[in-house]
Design a protein. Sequence first.
Length: 267
Amino acid sequence: MAVEKITSLQNPRVKQLVKLRDRRPRDEAGVFMVEGYRQICRALEKKVALQELYFCPDWYLGENEPALIAEAEAAGALLIELSKEAFAKVAYRERPDGLLAVAPQWQRSLDDLSLGASPFLLVVEAIEKPGNLGTILRSADAAGCDGVIVCDPVTDIFNPNVVRASTGVLFSVPLVVSESQQVHAWLKAKGIRTAATTPHTDNIYTQTDLCGPLAVIMGSEQYGLSEFWMKHSDVLVRIPMAGQADSLNVAMATIITLFEAVRQRSE
């Protein structure tokens, strides 16, 4: 492959990649970074139109990278080789694997979600930590959710840490960003019951009906659910806590609640 090779840390492409770590430059350019072999594989599997693919053989961890690069090129990505120093400059990970792509951002509306006869959705409100949001996406994917709705977001869904923590599931789980009131009205119109998690209820999650059309509602790490969702959800449920801690990490609480719903729905 005859491709451009960049060695200078002052190259405009290198500078632009560094800028894409921040939200404003990402939004202005309408793109985001996808770093890592597995993440790029999943983007290509889902036919994401990668604009550019940067690679550095000095950082490779295996032997499958050339085939992935060829696949990206065949799909229309511009290939650019970076020196080891230049790749270290643009990489988000402490130990990169020599692959980094630039992908277009997307926008989906609630009506873009494809719902079956018994929809199973996850709604998260004001999640603050990108790593938690990425892990939540993985949980939703593993549980077979029809989609994830991010309400009143604090963190950007295209943050590099969201992409990394999701291990590329960001590309496979239908993901919508919206406002809580709009989401609530849409769920009501679709006949989807809402089950909100909070420690401030007597309803144990394992003893609550989580079958049928359902949206599980999870709140922020610091403040939990807003008063809006506490007031307007169909049922409130809690995970019983035996120790001194009064709450779980939101990503952990999400997977516990989702898989209880999976258990009930499969019986």
